[in-house]
Design a protein around this ligand. Structure first.
Ligand code: FES
Length: 145
């Protein structure tokens, strides 16, 4: 049911933890299952993400997608990090069962929320970044599964 990559990231999640004095922190929740995700970003003066950590009270798919998402945004600029969508994360994991697709949204939303926090703290605007929603239920219903 789960790809080897999903199992690997679930069993050995990368970048678990928190960053003290993070440049940006984003916390989002999934209203349907109650799972919560928090992402910490350490962004340098060139707007490059030097470090990223996550914590979750979430299911296995949420853990695996967050782990992969953190790997994908590390070392990227904040603008490039915006392009790490849940679809890109799922592709990197060789797919998720359809019923678990919504779990991957938590990681994307948490990264966006952390980027938003970073942008607000620094008084900058990140092109294409929208104000995050804490309750991502509406987005779930938009997903075609
Ligand atoms: Fe809640 Fe997966 S079931 S995030």
């Amino acid at each position: 049911m789960y790809s080897e990559k999903v199992m690997d990231h679930f069993n050995n999640p990368r970048n678990v933890g928190e960053i003290e004095n993070a440049s940006g922190v984003g916390t989002v929740g999934n209203a349907k299952c109650g799972d919560i995700m928090r992402i910490y970003l350490d962004v340098d003066e060139n707007q490059i993400i030097q470090d990223v950590k996550f914590k979750t009270f979430g299911c296995g798919a949420a853990v695996a997608t967050s782990s992969m998402a953190t790997e994908l945004v590390k070392g990227k600029s904040v603008n490039e990090a915006l392009k790490v969508t849940n679809k890109a994360v799922m592709e990197a994991l060789d797919g998720l069962p359809p019923i678990k697709v919504h779990c991957s949204l938590l990681a994307e939303e948490a990264i966006h929320a952390a980027l938003w926090d970073y942008a607000e703290k620094n008084g900058i605007k990140i092109e294409g970044l929208e104000k995050p929603v804490n309750d991502i239920e509406e987005k779930i219903e938009d997903e075609d599964y």
